[in-house]
Design a protein around this ligand. Structure first.
Ligand code: GAR
Length: 188
């Protein structure tokens, strides 16, 4: 049985999709821990409802990014984590976490990378007027949204409503993230 860590900062729909897939045996793993950097984020209640052990670490409580990440690494090491899945974790991973887990950290991003990096990918793509949107899952390295691509899925959309793109995209995210984690774990 593999051990996953999911990191999230917000709503947590991807976290829920992953945790449910594990619980239902669609991913041969258990979400051993959910790590959140935002006290009060909705994902915290979702994790507690699903009985997933949850750690909320506020970076502001630490003297440096290195100290904050060292605290996280301690938790991951204690739980024998095989794969860290960033799921709306809106923070750039620093060298402490990368040093310990590089090659074992993946992220989901709501655009067809390398287009529309950053925190407002959908809004930026709508403003640009693209007609094909998509989702990317990639390994995390020291670059912003720049690590090796593992999976992508595109969808057409001709309108101009970012909320609708988010809605369509999230359904695809949940499926693609579960499929991709499953594939990565089965290859190990
Ligand atoms: C997801 O759409 C994910 O692609 C995005 O945050 C959302 C989190 O949703 N991530 C990024 O923009 C990373 N740059 P969720 O909290 O409902 O899973």
């Amino acid at each position: 049985m593999h051990h996953l860590a999911v990191f999230a900062s917000g709503t947590g729909t991807n976290f829920v999709a992953i945790a449910k897939a594990c619980a239902e045996g669609r991913i041969p793993a258990q979400v051993a821990v959910m790590v959140c950097d935002k006290p009060g984020a909705p994902v915290i209640d979702r994790a507690r409802e699903l009985g997933v052990e949850t750690f909320v670490f506020n970076p502001k409580d630490y003297p440096s990014k290195a100290a904050y990440e060292a605290r996280i690494v301690k938790v991951l090491d204690a739980k024998n984590i095989d794969l860290v899945c960033l799921a709306g974790y809106m923070r750039i991973v620093g060298e402490t976490l990368l040093g310990a887990y590089e090659g074992r950290i993946i992220n989901i991003h709501p655009s067809l990378l390398p287009a529309f990096k950053g925190a407002h990918a959908v809004e930026d793509a709508v403003a640009y007027g693209v007609k094909v949107y998509g989702i990317t899952i990639h390994f995390v390295d020291e670059s912003l949204d720049g690590g090796k691509i593992i999976a992508q899925r595109a969808f057409p959309y001709e309108g101009s409503d970012p909320a609708e793109v988010h809605r369509i995209g999230q359904k695809i995210e949940h499926e693609l993230y579960v499929e991709t984690i499953n594939k990565l774990l089965c290859e190990r």
